[in-house]
Design a protein around this ligand. Structure first.
Ligand SMILES: Cc1ncc(COP(=O)(O)O)c(C=O)c1O
Length: 391
């Protein structure tokens, strides 16, 4: 049977290119990759393998289960860190699969250091200090206790230190500098072997934010970490679907559930086989766009479970026949513009992409290609990021 449904194309070369760009921007700091949630739902096996081939050695996932799966994909050489921490019942599995925990409170530090003492060898870890997220990581009082009682770190040396920025997509937000200074002070006091603060948007904040290890996620997958600026990263995801049906309606006919859109002129409508069951968010009802080549076609009416309806009145008829292909995600409907229309963020659009899409992976060529050169130069970008930081 020939597949007829929507096609999700994932460009592995673009992921490799984005990794190289981030590594250039990190300028000397090691560039890790955040591949949790199945590499932001793009397929951890393909994504992590291409990142490893591109030179990435350090990978962050959220859970132990993700770490175990990733170890079998990457083999022994990669370092795999578990952001959600470690508990007593995870110890055997962490040791067996050589998974490095991010230690998020004093209890986890105690658990891991006791394990190291029992093993009779130091165990690697990264200690997470909270500098404002109030989510994971040691709060101030625990950091003070640790500072005044370094014996708690027995068996953990050399350890790393990390924290997480809370507003780094806004370069002018003063919380960035506050968090950076607070983190730098913790580094001076605790003397970690390596320090990590920056996610994707943090990388763009410039060298003072890079420390030893940067941990980008979303930029690898093509979203712009700084929505106010031009996107320095390449699009990774393209979703296309073929028109199922075309119909003409006249006023006062309406479209879809609840008759939320009514025709004020003769209107041509195309129905496409994508819906909220595929992660095409309902908030895009009467708000989103798809495209035919470079021409945008607005969504009309409510998003249904399996279908959307779009206005093709202004489009050439021969380009919008049943079977003609529409772009649901991909230039000119970028991931970020779709997220904006849906009132959400690119992370949610990606992690919602549904299981019914046929996935096609465009292979990585393994070398820098011409399109690397057509995008903004990494050095000038880094320079401007630094300028913004110091402003
Ligand atoms: C602790 C931590 N570091 C790094 C990242 C990567 O962030 P981003 O995808 O914004 O680059 C995440 C993502 O949620 C995270 O939770």
């Amino acid at each position: 049977m020939e597949p007829t449904g929507p096609v999700l194309t994932i460009d592995l070369e673009a992921i490799a290119r984005n990794y190289r760009r981030l590594r250039d921007l990190a300028a000397g700091a090691e560039c890790a990759a955040v591949v949790k949630a199945n590499a932001y739902n793009l397929g951890i096996e393909r994504v992590a393998s291409v990142l490893q081939q591109t030179g990435c050695r350090t990978f962050f996932v959220a859970t132990l289960e993700e770490g175990v799966a990733l170890r079998s994909i990457l083999g022994e050489r990669a370092e795999i860190l578990i952001l959600n921490g470690v508990g007593e019942r995870h110890l055997a599995c962490s040791l067996e699969h050589r998974l490095t925990p991010v230690l998020n409170d004093l209890g986890q530090i105690e658990t891991w250091s006791a394990c190291a003492r029992r093993q009779g060898r130091p165990l690697s870890s990264i200690i997470h200090v909270d500098t404002g997220m109030s989510r994971l990581g040691l709060p101030d009082e625990e950091i003070r206790l640790l500072r005044h009682d370094p014996a708690r770190l027995a068996g953990l040396e050399p350890f790393g230190l990390m924290s997480h920025l809370l507003a780094c997509d806004e370069p002018q937000n003063e919380r960035n500098d506050q968090q950076r200074k607070e983190f730098a002070a913790h580094c001076r006091n605790l003397r970690p072997a390596r320090a990590s603060l920056a996610n994707s948007a943090g990388v763009l904040l410039g060298a003072p934010y890079h420390f030893d290890l940067v941990r980008p996620g979303i930029a690898l997958y093509g979203s712009n970490p700084r929505p106010a600026d031009l996107n320095p990263f390449s699009e990774v995801v393209r979703l296309t679907a073929k028109i199922l049906q075309v119909r003409h309606i006249d006023p006062p006919q309406t479209v879809g559930y609840d008759a939320s859109w009514s025709a004020r002129r003769p209107t041509r409508i195309a129905t496409l086989p994508v819906g909220y069951a595929d992660g095409y968010l309902r908030s895009l009802s009467n708000r989103g766009f798809c495209a035919f080549d470079d021409i945008l076609a607005p969504i009309l009416g409510r998003i249904s479970m399996d279908l959307i309806t779009v206005d093709i009145t202004e489009l050439p008829e021969e380009r919008t026949l049943p079977g003609s292909e529409a772009t649901i995600i991909g230039h000119p409907v970028t991931l970020d513009s779709l997220a904006l229309s849906a009132g959400t963020i690119a992370y949610e659009i990606l992690t919602s992409l549904g299981p019914r899409y046929r996935r096609v992976y465009r292979p990585a060529t393994g070398k820098s290609n011409a399109s690397d050169q057509t995008e903004p130069d990494a050095r000038s970008l880094r320079k401007s990021a630094n300028n913004e930081t110091s402003a």
